[in-house]
Design a protein around this ligand. Structure first.
Ligand code: CMX
Length: 136
């Protein structure tokens, strides 16, 4: 798979505006994009730190994956996303190695990236996202 870098770290928050304020005023990062991902039932805010981003996630519906995560585990780190050169090949490689795929095929995520998730039950408890930037 050989990821090139950590594309982003996803953090589940109850209130996006309050969390954005903390990352801007205390951590000193600039939010450069707020975007709703309708099919994931989330509103996201992005900050760049070197080549990596912090992605804050606020649920837009009580039955969305982020709302369910906060209900069970509370606010905090929700997923880690690796940038890969070929998402299709990476998914095949993961499946061949017995990893449970959430997404069998790449789909569109925030910021126009092609993405797919691996199930946390087969990745040592960490929801793992693989991303490919086809605009490169
Ligand atoms: N990290 C670690 N474990 C997680 C988790 C997470 N983010 N989300 C759920 N789990 C665990 C639960 O704690 C639960 O464990 P137990 O069975 O031991 O209690 C198990 O996984 C099943 O969880 P669930 O609450 O029953 O939820 P579902 O099975 O319905 O869904 C998951 C879990 C991961 C398949 C679902 O949340 C999913 O498809 N996630 C991928 C999509 C996503 O998270 N999108 C939001 C971000 C989008 C973006 O970045 O644009």
């Amino acid at each position: 798979m050989k990821p090139t870098h950590i594309e982003h770290i996803g953090i589940a928050v109850k209130n996006l505006d309050e969390a954005v304020k903390y990352y801007e005023e205390v951590i000193g990062l600039k939010c450069y994009n707020i975007e709703e991902v309708v099919d994931q039932k989330v509103r996201t805010a992005f900050f760049k730190v070197g080549e990596t981003k912090v992605e804050l996630l606020e649920s837009t519906a009580p039955d969305g994956p982020v709302a369910k995560f906060i209900e069970k585990k509370g606010e905090g780190i929700h997923h880690i996303a690796f940038a890969v050169k070929s998402l299709e090949e990476s998914l095949q490689h993961a499946e061949k190695n017995g990893v449970r795929l959430i997404d069998q095929e790449p789909r569109k995520g925030a910021e126009g990236l092609d993405i797919a998730f691996l199930h946390p039950k087969s990745t040592f408890g960490v929801l793992t996202e693989l991303c490919e930037d086809k605009s490169d």
